[in-house]
Design a protein around this ligand. Structure first.
Ligand code: NAG
Length: 302
């Protein structure tokens, strides 16, 4: 070799060239599999083109705060848990009262008729209502002990009640339901606040131990079920996130970690998709191929 330095530089240049496509392709994937601490799987998605097109208008991951939100015509509500096996989720509205913190609110909690969400099994406890609440037909007097328990919380003073108030301003609405407009309208019920309990666990008399939130059920469409069975499971197993292509009739796409999309799963697309090789370079098998190729070039040069 007459110019060994030149050759080394040339090899270096080749190696840099080899790595460059991987760097440009390994961008942040468009859809995330988590939002904050929540695992986000189909039919939910973290943004446009992610999850199911039937769910996407209602559920998004708020950027910056990493909080999954359910948005309806009455507001946006943090989603605090999802059970994919029972198709239920829990929302925790900011103005919902708990034993620790009670809020005055005249707000309305509503679900959209066209959305795939329905009220699940929660117990609403309406507080600081105009007495007597026995005139409210939706109150169930057989649960009035829950009112007595919740009214032992010192936070009652923040909704204008005295400590240990009489329970004739409280009303248990169970099973909770929404009115004809799909809403819980506190103003129409003449109540200043509400609490919602998902579970009392083993502490029916200790409201500081209750699990607060509004349980919702979600309903997969026939199309969603079909996609889950045929494509989405394979996509998620291969480390991808299920989504859809708004510009292609909302057809299914699997969004892979390397920042590329496929109509199959993220494994089988390695072989299919040209350019995908570079993303594969970050996987163990990819590295072997990479080493093989680099070795080949070295041999050819020397
Ligand atoms: C992949 O799909 C997602 C979700 O549909 C979309 O936002 C993104 O632009 C797509 N990326 C490419 C490279 O097509």
């Amino acid at each position: 070799m007459e110019h060994p330095l030149l050759f080394i530089l040339f090899k270096l240049f080749l190696i840099i060239l080899l790595f460059t496509p991987q760097l440009t392709l390994a961008q942040y994937p468009a859809c995330q599999s988590t939002c904050g601490t929540l695992q986000v799987k189909y039919p939910f998605g973290t943004g446009d083109g992610c999850g199911s097109p039937r769910f996407q208008p209602y559920v998004t991951c708020e950027t910056g705060r990493d909080q999954l939100l359910l948005t309806t015509h009455t507001g946006s509500y943090p989603i605090t848990s999802i059970s994919y096996t029972t198709s239920t989720l829990t929302i925790t509205p900011y103005d919902m009262s708990t034993c620790i913190s009670m809020h005055r609110c005249s707000s309305i909690l509503g679900l959209d008729w066209a959305s795939p969400f329905q009220l699940g099994p929660s117990t609403f406890i309406l507080i600081s209502c105009t007495p007597p609440t026995s005139s409210l037909t939706l109150c169930d007097p057989s649960y009035s002990h829950l009112c007595a328990s919740l009214y032992t919380c010192p936070a009652v003073v923040s909704v204008g009640l005295q400590l240990f108030p009489p329970t004739n301003t409280c009303c248990v609405y169970s099973p909770a339901n929404l009115n004809g407009k799909g809403e819980l309208d506190l103003r129409a019920l003449n109540c200043d606040g509400y609490s919602s309990v998902v579970s009392m666990g083993q502490y029916p008399t200790d409201p500081s131990q209750w699990e607060y939130g509004v349980a919702l059920k979600y309903v997969n469409g026939v199309l969603d079920n079909n996609i889950i069975d045929t494509k989405c499971n394979a996509c998620e197993k291969s480390g991808g996130v299920c989504g859809y292509a708004p510009l292609a009739g909302d057809s299914f796409v699997c969004v892979c970690k390397g920042g590329y999309n496929t109509t199959m799963d993220c494994y089988s697309s390695y072989a299919q998709n040209q350019g995908v090789f570079w993303s594969a370079a970050s996987s163990p098998t990819g590295e072997i191929w990479f080493g093989f190729l680099a070795g080949l070039i070295f041999c050819l040069l020397n």
